[in-house]
Design a protein around this ligand. Structure first.
Ligand SMILES: NC(=O)c1ccc[n+]([C@@H]2O[C@H](COP(=O)([O-])OP(=O)(O)OC[C@H]3O[C@@H](n4cnc5c(N)ncnc54)[C@H](OP(=O)(O)O)[C@@H]3O)[C@@H](O)[C@H]2O)c1
Length: 284
């Protein structure tokens, strides 16, 4: 039985689809089972990282855990609690979703968000694997409204490029590392096949949608103001701002071969992701 946390999120929901397709037994943890849509055969349990007893109960009979405990600064305790509950329940394997650049001081505070969680996993004596994906292609779903109304999409990172990854590839690597031998004690930095700037992503999307997708540069001060207006905590905002500055300077222009090595095929391109999600940008 594989317990998937973050089960209603981008990576967890696709991981559940892949596990179900492979005939694996899986359990989805969510704060709201009534709203969770999971593939047939997947168990759904209510669990909240802020209610340890609910997480402990979800571990019953579990052999492997997919851990998505960290969603912002100060969440490392959620991963540590997941790991502790897993150990107590006799879980054998844990795969932790982390992020590219974790532990790199040049990236600023955002590089520390996953650090405590990674440390908890590595110190757990479980068979652990850490996945550090690059920027998800699916982040551009947040452009849909702007594109639909003919407005420019925000460019937070100037000409900085990143190894944009299709989240389906992250989920497929997660499934593989949960199920196959040979991934214990490994930290995998996962990227797509090409380095893309925001403008490159906009151009790829424009070609597929057959309409212009214009970008507008959002300088750091304007972004800070937007975060303040949105009520984002100072800690969160400063972490994200330092991260975008790092990308602007080219710090995240990283490509790896890990996806191809683990899956035995090339990672999907951003254009492929965009083609497969075209309807999200064209709906009325
Ligand atoms: N976006 C990127 O470009 C990117 C790149 C690299 C790494 N990452 C990492 O990816 C992770 C996020 O993964 P994702 O995008 O798949 O997630 P997501 O789509 O943001 O979904 C968040 C998930 O967390 C669950 N959740 C939130 N609060 C919870 C709580 N208190 N207790 C239990 N579950 C809770 C939600 O479940 P319910 O609402 O159903 O409870 C939901 O399934 C982060 O750690 C981030 O650092 C993201």
């Amino acid at each position: 039985m594989i317990l998937v946390t973050g089960a209603t999120g981008t990576i967890g929901s696709e991981l559940l689809r892949q596990l179900a397709a492979r005939g694996e037994k899986a359990r989805a943890l969510t704060r709201d089972p009534a709203r969770a849509q999971v593939p047939a055969g997947v168990e759904v349990v209510r669990g909240d990282y802020h209610e340890p007893a609910s997480v402990e109960a979800a571990m019953s009979g579990v052999t492997a855990l997919f851990a998505v405990g960290v969603l912002g600064p100060g969440d490392a305790d959620a991963d540590a609690a997941l790991v502790a509950a897993a150990r107590a329940a006799g879980v054998r394997r844990v795969v932790k979703l982390s992020a590219i650049g974790t532990g790199d001081p040049a990236m600023g505070p955002v590089a520390n968000w996953h650090l405590g969680g990674e440390q908890a996993v590595k110190a757990s004596e479980l068979e652990w694997t850490v996945l550090r994906p690059s920027l998800f292609a699916s982040n551009t779903l947040s452009w849909a409204d702007a594109i639909h109304s003919g407005n420019p999409v925000p460019n937070l990172t100037g000409t900085g490029t990143q190894g944009v990854i299709d989240p389906r590839d992250v989920s497929e690597v997660a499934a593989e590392t949960l199920l196959a031998p040979g991934h214990t004690g490994r930290v995998y930095t996962l990227t797509g096949p090409e380095l893309l700037s925001t403008a490159d992503q906009a151009a790829a999307l424009a070609e597929i949608l057959e309409r212009p997708v214009v970008t507008v540069d959002v300088p750091p001060d304007a972004l800070r103001e937007q975060f303040r207006e949105a009520g984002m905590s100072e800690t969160y905002a400063e972490g994200v701002l330092a991260g975008t500055a790092y990308v602007r300077k080219g710090g995240n222009a990283v490509l790896t071969e890990e996806v191809a090595r683990i899956l035995g095929r090339a990672p999907r391109t951003y254009a492929q992701w965009a083609r497969d999600h075209k309807e999200a940008f064209t709906r009325n």
